[in-house]
Design a protein around this ligand. Structure first.
Ligand code: DGJ
Length: 733
């Protein structure tokens, strides 16, 4: 039983974790436990009521002076209640100030997972259903309700959270912070791990000690951003890949977010996570409600590896809807780094012909095929095919590509508009700008007001008309700038604080329309690379372009960081030209192939410029990937070491969940004269079975699982800068 309620003690069990809350005498919903699987003991026996000094007392408890929300561990704290830590909710209920104090009202258990209309959320699968616990809190004075939703996925050690805020008063309420989750821990021996970055350098793991006062990470950019990612980990100091406790928290949201983790004066830790509250102000009319995005919490008692495996499985099984999650992803060639804006029909057909010859599955026509778009300064919004440039209709081009045995994909950037476009000339008011002010431009483009139904309807009509005009199996959905001021001309002044969230809802609305009309369409998310790499997008896009940085060596850190929360099948990675277009680095072709196989595999270069020997390597790579796609796509992923700690090489492994075979990749990042001999301890093998090992296709010998996991395999000595190798292991029967 995943949810057990006894005397208003709520205990949620997953396979390896327990989470508990309790309604106390003052009707406060206390948080009493989150950690390794325990029993249903009422853990509030650990609470000590003390006069803490300068801590306000809840009305009715003043005489004893010991009951204060300033130090009690709570489930959903509020600003104005005498709790001075980071609160989950800031709600103004009519007085003009945030003075809400929540007390318990009721609860309900349901046999299926709740859903959140209009927002991405985890869902029940045929194999595993989550039960829902809904706890309703109410303001101590007003008819203002907060519904805390919990979904328990036992097998994945995962609990989902969301909050519905309901105004049943006869006057409006204003919510200026509504976090999706708050968790209090009675301990402070954690370290905080987050994934910071920049354009072309996303998701770099950083681990720091927790501090009194707190750590804030956020995106205020209207997208989850390159600079921070809405996934963080609280880990014990001793936690490594394979030992120690850790908690992963992820927000299923593609807009601005805020995570605050703080240690209070009594060495307790609080973490809150939700929509960015910097410019957020939601007006709740009487009778209306507001629903936060979903957040998930995942626990591992045995290090980051197990945490990642639970998250990878849960995302694949319960979040990604696309049927593509069960099909081999197309190995594609993308026209961007092959030609940028400089293409015509002949070039595209040549690229297609070369792609077919080396065994690829798809040609993707990137930016530049529509409107007046020969540079990035014009044309966005004019989603009409430039037939002169592509030498006919899109239908004809796609047919010719299909005739080569390839499928066809197309790039779009729906949320944007260029000032030099027919759309902008016709509807300047559709672009986000504050009246009377010069708008902030990014990549010389403006952002469309996705809060508006007419804008979403226009985009829907255009996209459907393009999709229906040609055979298109894949769409790359890009977004190439951040929002600046969030302003919509259709909303009154007092509702402008809603724009950023309404914008994201508009994006989800449009994505939902596409997904439901074209259920077999493969949509790849993109935001100038990985600026919107989050679990919100994964509900619509089973894969996301990981970064505009295609350098294989920089990708090692980037893909390493990304792998902590996100399945490798979501990471779009391509082999690109040498010298690399972003940093000028020279790497062997083979290394680029091995690094691109750390995700959904493809190419991003002019195939016609390759030497014959390189083309032969492409054929080998595509053969290898095709043959082993099941391992790459559904295998258990193991980080064998960290590119942040090991200067000499980075290694990773995909192992078949049945432990029958595995692929181990190693990329050397330094060279040494008189080198040492390195070994690698493998993972995910059965100690009692015997495996035959091949290195780059050459048989090396046969070893037991025990030998390979305890003593390891011997690494070759690298022969050149950034040399790379692939081992293949197969069970001997
Ligand atoms: C940014 C993307 O990340 C690139 O791959 C490419 O699609 C360009 N935009 C096109 O403008």
């Amino acid at each position: 039983m995943a949810i057990i309620v006894k005397d208003l003690v709520f205990t949620l069990h997953t396979r390896n974790s327990t989470y508990q809350m309790k309604v106390d005498d003052q009707k406060t919903l206390l948080h009493t436990y989150y950690g390794a699987r325990a029993d249903e003991t009422d853990f509030s026996y650990l609470v000590e009521f003390l006069d803490r000094g300068f801590c306000g007392n809840v009305p009715g408890t003043e005489a004893e002076r010991v009951y204060s929300l300033d130090y009690l561990l709570q489930e959903y704290s509020t600003v104005g209640s005498g709790d001075y830590r980071a609160s989950a909710l800031c709600a103004e209920l009519g007085s003009g100030t945030c003075d809400c104090r929540l007390i318990f009202d009721s609860y309900e258990i349901r046999e299926e997972k709740y859903s959140l209309p209009g927002l991405p959320s985890m869902f029940d699968s045929e194999r595993e259903k989550a039960r829902t616990l809904e706890i309703v809190l109410k303001d101590a004075k007003e008819a203002f309700y907060v519904h805390l939703l919990y979904g328990v996925f036992e097998e994945h050690d995962l609990i989902t959270r969301a909050v519905r805020i309901e105004n049943k008063m006869d006057h409006e309420a204003v919510v200026s912070r509504a976090m999706s989750l708050g968790v209090d821990f009675p301990r402070n021996d954690f370290e905080f791990i987050h994934f910071h970055g920049k354009h072309m350098g996303e998701r770099q793991l950083e681990r720091s000690p927790m501090v009194h006062g707190g750590i804030d990470i956020r995106s205020t950019r209207g997208a989850s951003s390159h600079q921070q990612n809405p996934f963080v980990i609280l880990a014990e100091k001793v936690t490594t890949e394979r030992q120690g406790q850790c908690y992963g928290f992820s927000l299923l949201y593609s807009g601005g977010f805020h995570v605050r983790a703080e240690v209070d004066p009594f060495d307790q830790t609080r973490l809150v996570m939700g929509i960015d509250d910097e410019d957020f102000r939601w007006v709740l009319e009487p009778g209306s409600s507001f629903t936060t995005p979903e957040a998930i919490m995942c626990f591992s008692e045995s290090g980051f590896e197990a945490l990642s495996h639970s998250l990878h499985d849960a995302v694949t099984e319960h979040l990604i809807r696309s049927p593509w999650k069960k099909k081999r992803r197309p190995m594609l060639v993308n026209s961007w780094e092959a030609a940028y804006f400089d293409f015509n029909k002949e070039k595209l057909l040549t690229l297609g012909k070369e792609a077919a010859e080396v065994g690829l599955d798809m040609l993707v026509l990137d930016d530049g095929w529509f409107g007046k778009r020969d540079t990035d300064t014009s044309g966005l919004g004019d989603w009409f095919v430039n037939e002169e440039k592509i030498g006919g209709t899109l239908g004809q081009l796609s047919e010719e590509i299909h005739a080569m045995g390839l499928s066809f994909g197309l790039w779009i950037e729906p949320e944007m508009v260029s000032e030099d476009s027919d759309l902008y000339r016709a509807h300047p008011d559709w672009a986000i700008s504050v009246p009377g002010r010069e708008p902030i431009r990014g990549r010389q483009q403006l952002v469309l007001d996705m809060t508006r139904d007419d804008v979403v309807a226009y985009l829907q009509e255009r996209l459907v008309s393009i999709m229906d005009s040609a055979k298109i199996e894949y769409i790359k959905w890009d977004m190439n700038r951040s929002l600046a001021a969030g302003y919509s001309r259709l909303l009154p002044k007092e509702r402008q604080g809603e724009v950023r969230h309404r914008f994201v809802l508009g994006v989800y609305r449009l994505l939902e329309k596409l997904v439901s009309r074209y259920p077999d369409l493969l949509i790849e998310g993109c935001c100038g690379g990985g600026g919107r790499y989050d679990m919100g997008m994964m509900h619509y896009c089973p894969q996301i372009w990981c970064s505009d940085n295609t350098d294989a060596i920089e990708r090692l850190r980037l893909q390493y960081g990304t792998s902590f929360a996100y399945p490798l099948s979501t990471i779009s990675a391509h082999v690109s030209a040498c010298p690399n277009h972003q940093n000028g680095r020279l790497t062997p072709f083979k290394t680029r192939g091995i690094c691109a196989m750390q995700g959904t595999f493809g190419y991003e270069l002019d195939l016609s410029k390759l030497e014959e020997a390189e083309k032969e390597q492409v054929r080998e790579q595509t053969d290898f990937y095709k043959k082993h796609f099941a391992l790459f796509q559904y295998g258990r992923y193991y980080r064998l070491n960290s590119p942040l700690e090991n200067r000499d090489h980075t290694a990773w492994e995909y192992a078949d969940p049945e432990k029958k075979e595995a692929i181990v990749s190693v990329v050397f990042t330094d060279l040494h004269a008189n080198p040492k001999i390195d070994t690698l301890l493998l993972r995910g093998l059965d100690p009692n079975r015997r495996y035959k090992v091949w290195l780059d296709g050459e048989e090396q010998g046969s070893y037991t699982g025990t030998a390979l996991t305890r003593a390891g395999i011997r690494l070759p000595i690298p022969k050149e800068n950034y040399d790379a190798y692939q081992f293949y292991l197969k069970e001997e029967v």
